[in-house]
Ligand binder design. Structure first.
Ligand SMILES: N[C@@H](CCC(=O)N[C@@H](CS)C(=O)NCC(=O)O)C(=O)O
Length: 225
């Protein structure tokens, strides 16, 4: 059986959703990142990078990187409704979207949530966060134009895990502001959030995002060191 190391305030939600979509059996082990459990000796023995999620395969391999975990599960369990197969004509657009979200959106979200790690001066934190947010917004704006021309989903009329992946990060940014500025992203968000299997996950993500934003206000020098 798979073991997913995840928990509150983490992107492990994305992997959990794929596991549930695929009706794949797994056990969830919650790691409390707010209280530093990801830096415990036990967890570092599983992932020396000290980051979640980690997916332990039934064979005992500890895999990491959320986009890789979603693709791995979709391919291993032939979830072609979530990830087009390698011979599918939509495969190229799908991979472009996944790698773009993983490389260019997630990296800015890291700066948005952990600005204190990108400067030695605490007075820079607010500016770093603002800059990260505006960079994500400019990337989402390009996606908004594509979705307006060729949507409503990333792959046109076909839903895929790229849509859920994108909406997860919209939920963690400032979803109301994003949706007001970017109507095609707003339409996608509503469509994905209305999917019965996605609704509870996005609702929970919205709660986590609001709580984390509040914690950031209370701890301007960093929620997690
Ligand atoms: N590139 C990794 C990043 C993983 C990551 O940063 N996970 C966050 C939770 S969503 C974490 O473990 N944060 C703890 C920290 O940065 O100290 C991925 O996409 O899976």
């Amino acid at each position: 059986m798979y073991i997913l190391f995840g928990g509150d305030f983490t992107r492990a939600t994305l992997v959990q959703w794929v596991l549930d979509e695929g009706k794949i059996e797994y056990e969830l082990r919650k790691i409390d990142i707010i209280n530093g459990e990801h830096r415990s000796a036990e967890f570092l023995a599983i992932n020396p990078a000290g980051l979640v999620p980690v997916l332990m395969t039934p064979e005992g391999d500890a895999l990491y990187e959320v986009a890789a975990l979603m693709l791995y599960l979709a391919e291993r369990h032939q979830l072609t409704q979530l990830a087009p197969a390698s011979t599918d004509p939509d495969r190229g657009h799908f991979l472009s979207a996944i790698f773009h979200i993983a490389g260019d959106i997630q990296s800015e979200m890291k700066r948005f949530h952990f600005p204190h790690r990108f400067s030695l001066r605490s007075e820079d934190n607010a500016g770093i966060q603002d800059l990260a947010k505006s960079l994500v917004l400019s990337r989402l704006s390009v996606m908004n134009t594509r979705l307006a021309q060729r949507g409503p989903y990333v792959l046109g009329t076909r839903f895929s895990l790229a849509d859920f992946y994108l909406c997860f990060w919209v939920a963690y940014l400032d979803r109301k502001a994003v949706c007001v500025q970017l109507p095609a992203i707003a339409k996608l968000y509503d469509l994905v959030r209305a999917r019965p299997t996605a609704t509870p996950y996005l609702e929970e993500t919205e709660r986590m995002a609001d709580t984390y934003a509040e914690m950031m206000k209370q701890n301007p020098s960093g929620v997690i060191s």
